[in-house]
Design a binder for this molecule. Structure first.
Ligand code: HEC
Ligand code: HEC
Length: 284
């Protein structure tokens, strides 16, 4: 019922702008500044490939002062509960080896500092995001079963590990190891999807800063994940956020952990290189 109601709402919010966007021929959409196409003075164009670093802004900048304050103050940031859970799990022995994360890695504030800033990375052709790196340790080093995507313990551990890089710049660069997958992610970002026939870039590049119904379209930077979303009333992963956007254009849903989503995660991290990690962020 709640989900059905939200889908209806999303459809009605989307109808005006999405119809206008979907009717643009692809070439015109990328050749013309968004302000002319949409007739909206607030529109700004940020090239998805060589975005000037100065022009990039986190979704944080577009939030109300109230929500910003919620993110800034750990005492009221609801993600703090997940963070504390993650800290507890970090110390807890698990699996056949009865080893805790801390028994090998020690103090996370030191051993995990800057780690999240390097993810996702590509190892032997496989895209490894932070969730997968943690699960690799669960299965290979603790002898425990992998934690499910979006499960509370995986979100908690990922939030705890990622928050050790809070304030540090994302350092995902193009390398011979990741080039192929990065290129695939970039192409996917520009590819039109779903019944609404919209690409990620049409919203997050061409029309970033415009309003879609009640929400401002952000540039779509993955700086805060995992984060607390008020709409979810929960912490969620970047994959969950992307699945929301994909369902918003009524495209076939890629499962969490799928290559399609991982390629997008990699591309988004590269696109946001140099931007500051905010985990755990709060978003509307
Ligand atoms: C038995 C020892 C052991 C245990 C237990 C263990 N790890 Fe690891 N972990 C390692 C080793 C060894 C590496 C690889 C280090 C490297 O590549 O530099 C690693 C790598 C990692 C990385 C990637 C680090 C990087 O620099 O890319 C993360 C994140 C991580 N572990 C998190 C965890 C978490 C969370 C837990 C508990 C759920 C855990 N580990 C449990 C030994 C362990
Ligand atoms: C119809 C326009 C639209 C399309 C198409 C779209 N998004 Fe979004 N996206 C949004 C809006 C609106 C939000 C913010 C929602 C909110 O805060 O309520 C958002 C949020 C995001 C965020 C979160 C940013 C943050 O600050 O946490 C990311 C990342 C993102 N989108 C990536 C993508 C990717 C990748 C695609 C393509 C698969 C995509 N989006 C397709 C409209 C769109």
């Amino acid at each position: 019922m709640r989900i059905a109601a939200r889908l209806l709402l999303a459809a009605s919010l989307c109808s005006a702008i999405c119809t206008a966007l979907a009717e643009q021929p692809a070439a015109a959409a990328s050749a013309e500044p968004a302000s002319r196409v949409m007739g909206a003075p607030g529109a700004r164009k940020v090239d998805s490939i060589d975005a000037s670093r100065a022009e990039r802004v986190s979704g944080y900048a577009q939030m109300s002062r109230d929500i910003q304050a919620m993110q800034d103050d750990p005492a009221v940031n609801p993600a703090t509960f997940w963070l504390l859970d993650g800290q507890t799990l970090w110390e807890q022995p698990a699996g056949e080896k009865k080893a805790s994360c801390s028994s090998c890695h020690g103090d996370a504030a030191q051993s995990m500092k800057g780690v999240a800033a390097r993810y996702p990375l590509v190892r032997e052709g496989r895209i490894v995001n932070l969730e997968a790196a943690i699960n690799d340790c669960r299965t290979q080093r603790q002898g425990a079963p992998a934690l499910g995507y979006e499960s509370k313990p995986l979100l908690a551990l990922t939030t705890y590990v990622a928050s050790q890089s809070r304030g540090m710049p994302i350092v995902v660069e193009e390398t011979p190891d990741n080039r192929e997958r990065l290129t695939a992610g970039r192409a996917r970002f520009d590819q039109r999807l779903g019944q609404l026939n919209l690409s990620c870039a049409q919203c997050h590049v061409e029309n970033a800063g415009l309003k879609l119904g009640g929400s401002v379209i952000p540039q779509g930077h993955p700086t805060g994940y995992p984060l607390y979303r008020l709409e979810w009333q929960s912490v969620g992963s970047l994959a969950r956020r992307l699945r929301n956007c994909v369902s918003g254009v009524r495209a076939e849903m890629w499962p969490a952990g799928s290559q399609e989503l991982l390629e997008l995660e990699l591309y988004l991290a590269w696109r946001a290189r140099g931007m500051t990690i905010e985990t755990p962020a709060v978003r509307p």
